[in-house]
Write a protein that binds this ligand. Sequence first.
Ligand code: PRX
Length: 635
Amino acid sequence: MSNYHIKNLEEYFQVYRKSVRDPESFWEEIAEENFIWRKRWEKVLEYDFKKPEISWYKDAKLNITENCIDRHLYAHGDKTAIIFEPNDPSEMAQHISYQELHDRVCRFANVLLNQGVTKGDRVCIYLPMIPELPVALLACARIGAIHSVVFAGFSSQALSSRINDSDCKIVVTSDGSYRGNKTIDLKGIVDEAVLSCPGVKTVLVAKRTNTEIAMIENRDKWLQPLLDQASNNCEPEIMDAEDPLFILYTSGSTGKPKGMVHTTAGYMVFIAHTFKNVFQYRENDIFWCTADIGWVTGHSYIVYGPLLNGATTILFEGIPSYPDFGRFWEVIEKHKVTQFYTAPTAIRALAKESLEFSEGHDLSSLKILGSVGEPINEEAWHWYNDNIGKKQCPIVDTWWQTETGGILISPIPYSTPTIPTYATLPLPGVQPALMDDEGRELKGNQVNGRLCIKFPWPGMARTIWGNHERYKETYFSTFENYYFSGDGALRDSTGYYRITGRVDDVIIVSGHNLGTAPIEDAINEHPAVAESAIVGFPHDVKGNALYGFVILKETGESRVQDNLRKEINQIISEHIGPIAKLDKIQFTRGLPKTRSGKIMRRILRKIAEKDTSNLGDTSTLLDPDVVEEIIKNSL
Ligand code: PRX
């Protein structure tokens, strides 16, 4: 597969300029290399950001699993595709070869077909990080069903709203899951969720924890016996380039999650290409991305990117702190990992622990380190560089989003000089722009603005499931003819990008994207709560933590308030999941609101950050006194 063959920054600029001058030829050349196309495209790109409509590789026919699996069988059937590293280090790791993966995916695909799933149907996957998870994704793609993976840390309510939004008829889950020394009753969560999902006719259950669970007759089926009976051959469904491959939900500025829709050909080409180049993939590398497949990082860089390149990818069931804080380093040593891709929140958590945890392991197999999901602070960057990379491994700080499908801004190892906290330069084919508040593009360097992309790239999401208007509104209406990311960024004097964080109502907590609206909606369901507002504040491990300002219908004594705090977090756990719990809850008489009733979150944010020296003009507020009161009682 193609490489840029970039040896230095000068060459990067040459390739980059070419990719911008003629993006269609750039992406056509890449698509021509090494993929199996059942029919070639008629046109590389058609787009209109006003509608918005984007089509890549129009009329091409393909199946992505043929490209992820079948293509490698002839020469590399015995090669390990997936290394499964279980939660418990004393349980044997599994090496799944490409041939075995083929057989497992085909069996699973046949099970889905036997259950009546057909092309275009949505399949909800709610599984822990066990081999059935990537196999389920690929099985859906094999038969043209659209997978909708829901992170298995989400609550039953979050799960049911996602199942219903995309009208899934089938849910794939497991009896339970492991998380460190805990066992989680996954099937129980599904049972509760499905109570409010009348469309779900079938629940397939993989066995993992051997927990006693209730099986509902005619609805619940153990997966394994069905797999055992199914054939290990399943002809791939031939898909159109723009047929949906998957839906993945992300938070937004209203309570309803957005089901981002990714399509087949463009996503495939983009992910294969970015994986290969950002991680400088070479034959025999062992790639480890520590994300969960429930997030886009896992979709693109645990499953599709590595497999499209015939790589070996690690599937890690555990957590960094179990059985101790050396687990990541132990796994790197054990499997001789060459590229390690993780999140700043994990790095910060591990950096707090003794260096003995990493020093006790041989990390010399590592070549490249990656970071994703939130800005990486300078201290964490240096810790990662010094103690894990031993100053020998380039760090790729990769900026991208669920919506972008794959990496857009990142250093290219050995070519782009890295600077801590900078995602550096756009990948070839990617055209970022920074906009000012008036909607003008900021030209030149040393500017700070809202980060947009002004030309399509093949991996971008095409719509929001069932709500194209919202897609248009969210991403293409703020700035006409630009895709707006929701992030702020600066471009320094050399043209390097540094992401400064969200400029909307999304807060990134431990690398997880959380919309304030769904959390506020959940809190407001508490009978004692009149109104609430959530903001983020800096946290040394999580990056940001959540601070809630809550108006009660009746103020009670502090003992009662403490109970209320617990109940509020309980409600949030039920509606969304424990990741959205608030670190601080301040009860207040009022909130700073404009005369038109809009909450001034900027002021609350400053109070939460304990930076009240310059709150700006508060005289236009409905009740200016409330600000002083909130400051006085702040936590
Ligand atoms: O704010 C940016 C932040 O994560 C957001 C996207 O979150 P999500 O859709 O969950 O995807 C995460 C994995 C790609 C972005 O809008 N973000 C992601 N990567 C970086 C980042 N912020 C700073 N630096 C990054 N490298």
